[in-house]
Design a protein around this ligand. Structure first.
Ligand SMILES: O=C(O)CCC(=O)C(=O)O
Length: 199
């Protein structure tokens, strides 16, 4: 399995690993088709006293009871694993040695869909979670920066796997910014641990 650290420049060390061809094209195309059948929702988020639509569609699958609350406002309740998502989860675990109990999907319908600077530090994931992120469809810019530092840009390819390693969420922020370029749909699947739910 080809694995690279995200950047070869010796001055930039990121707590993440990138596997550009984790899925081959045929596997990635098939998974993309599967993901189009998932139960995508338009959730609402409350920020600065206002309620607004989350600027992307979301879905969640996982172990029973592993609810996921983010930004103290959006509660995601997992549906049971599909066979394809469970198979993918096990394959990521076999490669990375990390275990996952939920997968949250993000669907970016156009360049106007996005996710702003944030870290994923919800206590339901436990301390120092590893988060594994599969990208499908259109390539979008992904940015990551140390808290208080400068961002580094890169592009997550169809079929790639990005693993944000334990500790990454405490030291770094990441985002997928809006773009005015014409881009078609991108689907992202983030596999995460969870400390609750039924075992
Ligand atoms: O779409 C991506 O690559 C990033 C998704 C993300 O940051 C998140 O789900 O927290």
């Amino acid at each position: 399995m080809k694995q690279m650290s995200l950047f070869d420049e010796p001055t930039i060390v990121l707590p993440a690993n990138y596997y550009p061809e984790f899925l081959n094209k045929e596997e990635a195309d098939e998974l993309y088709q599967h993901c189009q059948q998932l139960q995508w929702q338009q959730n609402q988020i409350r920020m600065l006293g206002k309620t607004m639509p989350v600027p992307r569609l979301e879905c969640i699958y996982g172990d029973e009871g592993c609810d996921y609350l983010y930004s103290k406002s959006v509660l995601l309740k997992p549906l049971p694993w599909t066979d394809a998502l469970a198979k993918l989860r096990d394959r990521i675990t076999a490669t990375t040695d990390y275990n996952f109990r939920i997968v949250i999907g993000n669907q970016y319908r156009s360049g106007q869909d996005s996710i702003g600077w944030h870290n994923d530090s919800e206590s339901s994931m436990g301390l120092n979670p590893a988060i594994a992120s599969i990208s499908l469809g259109s390539v979008r810019k992904f940015q990551i920066k140390p808290i208080g530092g400068k961002p580094t840009d890169f592009w997550l390819e169809h079929g790639s796997l990005l693993v944000m390693l334990p500790g990454c969420q405490s030291t770094h922020l990441h985002q997928v910014p809006k773009t005015n370029k014409v881009v078609s749909t991108r689907i992202n699947l983030t596999f995460r641990p969870h400390v609750g739910g039924k075992r």
